[in-house]
Design a protein around this ligand. Structure first.
Ligand SMILES: [Zn+2]
Length: 131
């Protein structure tokens, strides 16, 4: 058994794996952040379909494709700082750490906005601060 890459402390099979395999829908935006982080950590190329399906249709496609080319980073951790929900909208603030191709550590600090459509939390927008 392997621990989930999202740092939840749970087994991968009991955490994000069913979401990535699209066997189960994340019930909260927080769970969706975890699943999307895992998709990046395990290879955005491999989990491209999951990532594409969890983007809100209103999010520009160019941004998506640019994002998916960042497959060379080594993702090293996820820390969810804050999650708020109001009806079908949710905000999740998190830090995701990664190393670039030169091995230099970075922190991706983002507040993501999600909208729930037909029971699925979709990634609408994010405010990003890189360091
Ligand atoms: Zn997980």
């Amino acid at each position: 058994m392997t621990k989930c890459p999202c740092c939840s402390g749970k087994e991968f099979a009991d955490c994000c794996e069913p979401h990535l395999l699209m066997k189960a829908k994340p019930l909260s935006a927080r769970a969706m952040v975890r699943a999307r982080y895992c998709a990046y950590a395990l290879g955005a190329g491999t989990h491209r379909e999951f990532l594409m399906r969890t983007w809100h249709p209103a999010t520009p496609q160019q941004v998506n494709l640019a994002d998916l080319t960042n497959d060379n980073y080594e993702w090293t951790g996820l820390d969810i700082l804050k999650a708020e929900q109001k009806g079908d909208r949710a905000w999740v603030e998190f830090n995701a750490t990664y190393k670039d191709t030169a091995g230099k550590p970075h922190t991706h600090h983002e507040t993501s906005l999600f909208e729930r459509i037909q029971g699925v939390w979709l990634y609408l927008d994010g405010q990003v601060q890189e360091s």
